[in-house]
Design a protein around this ligand. Sequence first.
Ligand code: GAR
Length: 218
Amino acid sequence: MSGRLALGVLASGRGSNFQAIVDEIEAGRLHAEIRVLVVDNPDAYALERAQKHSIPAVHVSPQGFPSKDAFFCAIADELKTRGVELVVLAGFMRIVRKPLIEAYPYRIMNIHPALLPSFPGLHGQRQAVEYGVKISGCTVHFVDEGMDTGPVIIQAAVPVSSDDSEETLSERILRMEHRIFPEAIRLYAEGRLRVEGRVVRIDGYGLRDERVVNPPLR
Ligand code: GAR
């Protein structure tokens, strides 16, 4: 890919992952541009972040459509109109439906706050604390029609202490999310991801390459 990768970001709330992507782009470490931020919630703090960085943002309300499919069709139209090549779900709290998945096959990435396939769905961090696992983490994966079931791109491990609450573990996982999400987008932008079945092959990453599990701190 020669030009900048055109991104469309979907978010529902705080938008710290959105911010991490913006920061990597502005620091010149991610060769991409955000064409649009789409939120499903008019109060999402991500909107203020977009405004601060002069990134176009739109609110698409699910209430304005007769069905979930129609809502996702409208989002797909918005993204296509703006020339988006890769869709990034940065804390977007809805299950993506067929019209968007078919518009962007293997071109939608999601960040999940657990080591999939453990603890899919809502509150991945709470599920990990309640289960008592000693290691959790986060996963960036391509989106398919299931809930958090698509091919895994990068994962990072995070230790869990028996003293952890949902909040303390969430904070520790979030710091790692902010590292691996831009890294996964960078790999895509560099044309280094290949999906074979449900396995994502990363050109230039060896089997024992630690960056796959824990990317380098900058
Ligand atoms: C993040 O922890 C993300 O992994 C999670 O929501 C949070 C959004 O934070 N996403 C999911 O649970 C998706 N099922 P942010 O708005 O600050 O990026």
